[in-house]
Design a protein around this ligand. Structure first.
Ligand SMILES: Cc1cc2nc3c(=O)[nH]c(=O)nc-3n(C[C@H](O)[C@H](O)[C@H](O)COP(=O)(O)O)c2cc1C
Length: 319
């Protein structure tokens, strides 16, 4: 293999959606029968990125938010807050930060945050002991709680003729987001959701089927061919054309993660296929395997700066 591939700088090399064909194969909606509206809405849900100019009436938005906060939470503590963002300048600033224009187009963006700050204040006011922001268990559950409420809001919005899309990219800009929204210690941004009316309804994307996802009674190891068939079916559209840049990046990533022999195998597979396959695209070009784990320590530091301490040894006052 040509040594050229070894000198590529991968910092910020993740290819944008405009550069590599997307992973969004659509499902065939024909012949689908649903026994009721709820199931239809769930099965036909799709991320919406083309928002119309229509504002969401306040009553309707409150209805959606109210439906969302009926979501279950561990211990019914509701350790989350939602920042409702409608201000044009703020939406533009967020869109610029995340590099995703639809954030500005959407009439409302909702920022979902873990919030132990409110509960800490309550505990203080009621003179109760409090350590939740120092507990991994509490962190883990509050993360789940925050996502569950967000997804309830997605479903409520869909049921009322709106659409939405999550923006996970905010996780790359935590200091900026904390500053923009004046998040106090104990409040941590998890995900953004852009919500609005569709210009045209998005088609549901192909998913792995229940025969792949669901295991009966215990984890059933799938056969190689079943795994390949399932992913090939889901990503049948993805055959990324080979370019020098793409191959250089994939080679460099593969070598850094699994060594030179493996990198050569990757190139061999690309040559054999005549294209870059979906798995190579995901972990070689998009969520770059050699870069992804590098910022783990940054995230721990950001957690600390945001007032969380679950990764540190807990010191009691007992001597
Ligand atoms: C946690 C999370 C983060 C996401 N972040 C983004 C994002 O930053 N930008 C985007 O356009 N879509 C984002 N999405 C939407 C996914 O791309 C989308 O759900 C996926 O491609 C499947 O398509 P579907 O939602 O239409 O089924 C995100 C989804 C989730 C659940």
């Amino acid at each position: 293999m040509n040594n050229d591939y070894r000198e590529v700088n991968l910092k910020g090399a993740a290819m944008s959606k405009n550069e590599i064909p997307s992973h969004h194969g659509s499902e065939d909606l024909k012949k689908k029968y649903y026994p009721n509206e709820t199931v239809r809405i769930l099965c036909e849900r799709a991320s919406l990125r083309n928002f119309s100019e229509h504002e969401i009436p306040e009553d309707l938005l409150n209805l959606i938010l109210g439906a969302g906060i009926h979501a279950p939470t561990g211990g019914n503590l509701q350790p989350y807050s939602i920042i409702k963002i409608q201000n044009k300048e703020t939406k533009k600033a967020l869109a610029d930060l995340c590099g995703q224009n639809f954030i500005e187009k959407a009439p409302v963006d909702l920022l979902f945050c873990i919030d132990w700050h409110r509960i800490k204040r309550w505990a203080e006011l009621e003179v109760a002991p409090f350590t939740a922001s120092s507990s991994f268990r509490h962190f883990w559950v509050s993360f789940q709680d925050t996502i569950i409420v967000a997804q309830n809001i997605v479903t409520a919005a869909d049921a009322l003729g709106l659409g939405s899309v999550y923006v996970g990219t905010i996780i790359d800009f935590i200091p900026e987001i904390r500053k923009m929204f004046e998040l106090p210690a104990g409040v941590f941004p998890v995900v953004l959701l852009s919500v609005g009316y569709p210009i045209s309804k998005a088609l549901p994307r192909k998913k792995l089927g229940i025969d792949t996802i669901v295991h009966s009674e215990k984890y059933e190891e799938r056969k190689d061919k079943d795994i390949l068939n399932a992913f090939n079916e889901k990503y049948s559209e993805i055959k990324i054309p080979v370019t020098k840049d793409r191959v250089e990046i994939i080679y460099k990533v593969a070598k850094e993660v699994h060594g030179e022999d493996f990198a050569e195998k990757v190139i061999g597979k690309i040559k054999e296929n005549g294209y870059i396959n979906a798995a190579q695209r995901y972990f070689g070009l998009h969520y770059i395997a050699s870069e992804m784990p590098k910022n783990n320590e940054d995230y721990l530091r950001l957690m600390k700066e945001s007032g969380f301490g679950w990764f540190k040894k807990f010191e009691t006052k007992n001597k």
